[in-house]
Design a protein around this ligand. Sequence first.
Ligand code: FBP
Length: 542
Amino acid sequence: MQRAAYQPKLPAALWGNVKAVMGAATQSVADQEEIKKLFPNTYGLPELTFVKADEAVAENKVFNVGVILSGGQAPGGHNVISGLFDGVKALNKENRLYGFLMGPGGLVDHNYVELTAEIIDEYRNTGGFDIIGSGRTKLEKPEQFEKGLEILTKLNISAVVIIGGDDSNTNACVLAEYYKAKNVPVQVIGCPKTIDGDLKNEQIETSFGFDTATKVYSEVIGNIMRDCNSAKKYWHFIKLMGRSASHIALECALQTQPNVCIISEEVEAKNLTLNQVVDQVAQVVVARAEQGNNYGIVLIPEGLIEFIPAIKALIAELNDMLAHNPEFAAMEAAAQRDYVLSHLSPANAEAFASLPMGVARQLTLDRDPHGNVQVSLIETEKLLSEMVGKRLAQLKEEKKYNGKFSPLHHFFGYEGRCAAPSNFDADYCYALGFNAAQLINCGCTGYMSSVRNLTKPSSEWICGGIPITMMMNIERRHGELKPVIKKALVELDGAPFKAFAAHREEWALNTCYIYPGPIQYFGPAEVCDQTTRTIFYEQNKD
Ligand code: FBP
């Protein structure tokens, strides 16, 4: 009850009357000519910042808005919607908000609900996406856009807010461009969501949900560390969600100081093989055993396997092969394996054959609708600990290791995605939603809601809109070149990674665990409102 009554703190720029200050025209982050050709109507738009105005800039017209939750759950989604609701109602109380059900598919299939004050009040400050549900239908085809337009027209909706990750925001921009090109009066605004933390750039400091999810994982990792340090008999192999990027693993490492944290981007940059990664972990186990410590904590990003260069090349060839062979999915498992082995190039066939059967099979299963391997289903933590166990057995035979190795396995992902948002995410999400209402009021389309200056108190946050085309480049997806928002991976010359790298040797040998405990919702701001170490290091650069 108390938490439901929490009033998210709104940035001062959004209090009362607001006016938009236009920046200079923008460019995409790469491949400018191609992106410009693909988005002639939404390319090059200016960045926009909201500032307080002394009086109302214009009479606020009545408009209806649709909202969609797209992709994986992330803490704070309900606050984006409640901020959007309060924002559109503050502009004109006649405005209505409709929620499309179970993701973008709800728009195409005309499944929706009007979000009234009673519904919204039930969900304020809660985790989850259950207010309207989420889904991964990819909005990309003109037929879908036209079906969507039918219901938007029927409900008199003139703006759609898509709350999603990099792929969903890319599609939001494709939709904005389509409607603009047709001169249809429907605006499309995106909101940066994903626990993975990989939707960020110069303009978007973080995606919502990353803060809460990493705090939840760090709490549980801390609990395991304490258990581990009490019994001193297990090695815990903990896989963490995050898809390709290792931001979650890195943030949890900065919060908890484990003995090992693998960073996929480093593995790729150093061109390491799986055996070399295994060797590195085994060396830490051996070194700790020499001090009589047969226990420890290993953090593993779920996307690791995709970053081992040999496996990355294999996945790229498999992606093309699967995209062009629709009959593959109908084959028996054994026939699929033979098919793959006989159609791959020799080097990739060798890499495929060298993987444990279960992992190899996983790489050939259905991609998600955006073409991603479903890495959350691959048991990398078991694969790694099994290989480390074998390596240690070898070392034992060679009389180079004399410890005891009892591994346990964990996977933290789903348990963090629907947690009640931290104060940071509750405030950030509410501001993103409220700000989206202002972007709609200004007539923007093809923009992402942006709230910045996030290490400062929320009253000082800077609000505005960023043209989505600005974040795009061309990448190969499903065997084709496509315009997409550039995914942010961990930068090895970035301050968060450097802070980790500066300490990891000490953390490997010594037991330096930190036990962060649960998220604090009530209490002093220094305890309750602080965001991640990642943003702290990125903005303070030390
Ligand atoms: P989004 O990119 O849609 O935010 O989803 C993130 C994520 O939680 C990844 O970390 C994870 O790999 C994936 O979703 C799992 O997908 P699903 O929910 O479909 O199992």
